[in-house]
Design a protein around this ligand. Structure first.
Ligand code: ALA
Length: 480
């Protein structure tokens, strides 16, 4: 059996004709809003605090710079990959036509870490903000039901106990799953509204809290390493960059809109770089203000930005931030879960996953079975994992996808230069290798737990591919 067999571009075009409703309507501003909307989430609202407190101290600001640079390089390659195959879809689809089935499977399997585990991470972040807001309003969710199993939580009388599971995270995932099953998605209008809410909340935080910055909190800027790799010092700064990379995940949504863009060659880079630059600047500013207001050791909190707002401005500002974060994070969970079910759906249509996965509900016209299965699994793990465990697994998986994409784009330029590309990566001989190397540099310092989970995940993926997917692939029907 040829595991590198490809889907032909002609087949993809034929499939794309069923999807010819896509109109070229998007300009650079639409793309920027799309990118910012999918990107700002748990990374900035939660991980900034945990990374400052546990890895990098005030140098979390530099961690954001490094992760932002790595993302920009990868983003260019991603866009070229997206523009190679004339249909909208994920890296899975593009690699099926260009690299062959085994690579498509690896990327598809890897995208589960980006989308499903990303949704898990954001749901946990959402839970932290909801628990904290409920507390402000006098509703105390029992602490044992607000965090991952085994996490230390403090009861009202001050005693510390181990948590059982994260109930609010289960509830938000259940709510999003129901909306997706009955076919309610975010409209462009709603997406724009949420983006504006997120931006207003962040700008208001920066404008009001900056006055409370005490530069003494930035000293030492890079706290001395504790003797353990990744705990402060330069290794902490690098490990922090790997973790906060999570904050940048989502800009690939821009590259998947190539088919709907008026002038992709000009607007794609504007959209991608524009949204990444806006996010990078905001992230650096938020990290600087948060660590300037609150001593970094105190930022290990489920709602660190609200904590900084509370210290700097007062309770009302903290409530404002929490409401904005809760609205913004719900929309990121929805985008990620929707992306995941679409990828499963396409893989099932290709025969790589069982048929029931692509079964569409007769009334709602949504892939309801896989949406419910995805919802149950995402809910289960968001109840049991910590935000860092889930975020690091998502980061390492997405970084691996970026490495594969950067290398593939270069290989394809050499091997198949004739393909039409609506967007070409500038200076590809520099951008692609640097993109791959910087993604690897962010992966290396991530914790061993993230690495072992990644390896186990791929081992399982290979078993599934060789025992099931390769045998049932629809390309078998077409082989002579
Ligand atoms: N970048 C997104 C977030 O930080 C996934 O929540």
């Amino acid at each position: 059996m040829n595991f590198l067999r490809r889907k032909s571009v002609a087949d993809l075009q034929a499939e794309a004709t069923t999807d010819n409703s896509l109109k070229r309507v998007l300009g650079p501003w639409h793309l920027i809003l799309l990118g910012v909307g999918c990107t700002i989430g748990t990374g900035i609202f939660v991980l900034t605090g945990t990374v400052a407190a546990r890895n990098a101290g005030p140098a979390v600001i530099l961690s954001f710079v490094l992760a932002g640079i790595a993302s920009i390089f990868a983003a260019f390659c991603y866009s070229e990959f997206a523009s190679l195959v004339p249909m909208s879809g994920s890296a899975y689809t593009y690699s099926y036509a260009t690299l062959g089935e085994l690579f498509a499977w690896i990327i598809g399997w890897d995208l589960i870490l980006e989308y499903a585990v990303g949704a898990i991470t954001v749901a946990i972040g959402w839970s932290g903000y909801v628990t904290s807001l409920c507390h402000d309003w006098g509703i105390d969710i029992p602490p044992r039901l607000t965090a991952a199993y085994g996490t230390l939580v403090t009861l009202a009388d001050g005693t510390q106990v181990h948590a059982l599971f994260n109930l609010p995270a289960i509830l938000i995932v259940a709510a999003v799953t129901i909306l997706l099953v009955i076919g309610i998605r975010e409209s462009a209008w709603y997406n724009n509204l949420i983006v504006i809410v997120k931006l207003i909340v962040i700008m208001a935080f920066l404008a009001l809290a900056v006055h409370a910055v005490n530069p003494a909190n930035w000293h030492p800027f890079i706290p001395a390493n504790t003797g353990e790799f990744g705990h402060f010092g330069w290794s902490g700064l690098m490990a922090g960059a790997g973790t906060v990379f999570f904050a940048y995940i989502g800009f690939d949504a821009v590259s998947t809109a190539a088919q709907e863009t008026k002038n992709p060659q000009r607007d794609m880079p504007l959209g991608i770089i524009g949204s990444l630059v806006i996010c990078t600047v905001l992230y650096i500013a938020v990290a600087a203000v948060a660590t300037g207001v609150v001593p970094y050791a105190q930022l290990d909190n489920p709602a660190p930005i609200a904590l900084a707002a509370d210290r700097a401005v007062g309770g009302w500002m903290s409530v404002f931030i929490k409401i904005g974060a809760i609205a913004g994070l719900s929309s990121v969970i929805m985008v990620l879960m929707l992306g995941q079910t679409r990828i499963f759906w396409v893989m099932s249509r290709d025969g790589l996953l069982p048929k029931f996965v692509s079964e569409v509900h007769p009334r709602f016209k949504t892939p309801w079975i896989i949406t419910i299965i995805t919802g149950v699994v995402v809910a289960l793990f968001s109840a049991l994992l910590t935000v860092r465990e889930a975020g690091n697994l998502c980061s390492i998986g997405t970084l691996l996808a970026f490495v594969i994409v950067c290398i593939s784009v270069l290989v394809l330029r050499v091997r198949e230069p004739h393909h039409k590309r609506t967007f070409r990566t500038p200076a590809i001989w520099f951008v692609a290798p640097v993109g791959a190397l910087s993604a690897i540099a962010l992966m290396i310092p991530l914790p061993n737990a993230a690495w072992s989970r990644l390896i186990i995940w791929f081992a399982v993926g290979m078993v599934v591919y060789f025992t099931y997917s390769a045998r049932f692939s629809r390309l078998n029907e077409k082989s002579p």
